[in-house]
Design a protein around this ligand. Structure first.
Ligand SMILES: *Cc1c(COP(=O)(O)O)cnc(C)c1O
Length: 372
């Protein structure tokens, strides 16, 4: 049996054509014409006034935090169950991440825990939409309004997902996307910042480009930024991918539904599957995660799949349990039982766009053979 990797991208559209155009015209740097095309078209797709393309999603978060002037003395409320990127951006800016536990069904931050974490130092709520379902945004928006907080929206896993019919990535004062190869559309490495605020957009542009002054004399700097520019080559890929996004999303949902059907027997064995929908959205199945009843069961299943050369990935590891943050004296003695269980018992199956139907059937039958 051939290996089934946990992710393979699909690059069957105009990717090669647009890349060839970059090579033939010599436009390979961030100055090339695909950058603004990609920025305009993707932000229009999400429904935002400004899109600022950057080198990756983590870079987008660094810029978002700094553009909102979040720094020492400030607190940002965010989930403990997340990739490290948003938390790292807050920590490196000198601010304090304040964590909340997860919702046991959607695996997103439990928004009912936000209110109790607000202090006079709270500046923002950083929501991270996890795996396929969006965070329940209405309560977040209400709390943010009441306490005059900014919303930073990490929509890195949510291209094309909606909350109550409105695009994810359209809710934050600043929102970000990633285009890593396992995301719904990819540029190899890449990211985008989105906002409706013109001044904020200009500031993000400056921060992405070493804080060169757009109108001032070149090489005179008033502030420090980064070189987080995206290349024209990446934007060429992004544009070609964006043309196919509707089909990609349909494929993701079909794949998720096929796993739901094929693996429904797992529920009788004490496993938890992703929920298909909530009152505010239908699962987009960025990845198809499952939660084993025990850690031992998970390890047994993962090694059974691995013996058949089927790739899996563990779930995120909680931020309050990260050695790096413990060493910094952060999150001492904090406990988030729901997130801890997700991190310990959860893993996800091959879910990339390049996954073929027969491969998916192999994954399902391999899981069956371990349990029946
Ligand atoms: C992938 C991802 C990121 C980071 O994006 P990169 O482009 O890999 O830096 C940030 N947040 C979430 C939720 C992600 O899934």
């Amino acid at each position: 049996m051939n290996p089934i990797p946990v992710n393979t991208p699909l690059l069957n559209g105009n990717e090669l054509k647009y890349l060839t155009e970059c090579i033939e015209t010599g436009w390979i740097s961030s100055e090339g014409p695909f950058i603004s095309k990609f920025e305009k078209q993707f932000s229009a797709y999400i429904g935002r006034d400004h899109g600022i393309a950057v080198s990756n999603g983590s870079a987008a978060l660094d810029i978002a935090i700094k553009a909102l002037n979040i720094g020492p003395g400030d607190e940002v409320i965010m989930p403990t169950f997340t990739i490290i990127s948003p938390v790292q951006s807050v920590v490196t800016a000198g601010a304090l991440p304040v964590l909340v536990d997860s919702d046991p069904l959607t695996w997103n931050m439990d928004v009912t825990q936000i209110d109790a974490k607000i202090t006079s130092r709270t500046r923002a709520i950083l929501v991270v939409h996890i795996y396929g379902l969006p965070v329940d945004m209405d309560p977040v928006i209400e709390i943010a309004k009441k306490h005059n907080l900014k919303i930073i929206e990490d929509a890195a896993e949510m291209h094309g997902q909606t909350y109550k019919g409105k695009m994810c990535g359209s809710f934050g004062d600043i929102s970000i996307f990633s285009f890593y190869p396992n995301k719904h559309i990819t540029t190899g490495e890449g990211g985008m910042i989105m906002t409706n605020d013109e001044a904020l957009a200009q500031r993000c542009k400056k921060l992405r480009n070493l804080c060169f002054e757009p109108n001032g004399p070149r090489f005179i700097h008033h502030e420090i930024g980064w070189n987080y520019r995206m290349t024209n080559l990446q934007a060429a890929l992004g544009l070609a991918q964006l043309e196919q996004i509707d089909g990609f999303i349909e494929k993701k949902r079909d794949m998720g539904i096929a796993y739901q059907t094929g693996l429904s027997f797992l529920k009788d064995k004490g496993y938890q599957l992703p929920i298909e929908k909530t009152s505010f959205s239908e699962n987009i199945y960025w990845v198809f995660g499952i939660i084993a009843p025990t850690i031992e069961e998970k390890e047994k299943m993962v090694s059974h799949l691995s013996e058949s050369k089927i790739g899996t990935r563990p779930f995120f590891w909680c931020m309050h349990e990260q050695p790096v943050f413990q060493k910094m004296g952060l999150f001492k003695d904090e406990r988030y039982p729901i997130a801890e269980k997700l991190a310990r018992n959860g893993f996800y199956l091959p879910s990339g766009l390049g996954l073929k139907q027969n491969q998916q059937l192999e994954v399902i039958s391999c899981i069956k053979s371990d349990l029946i």
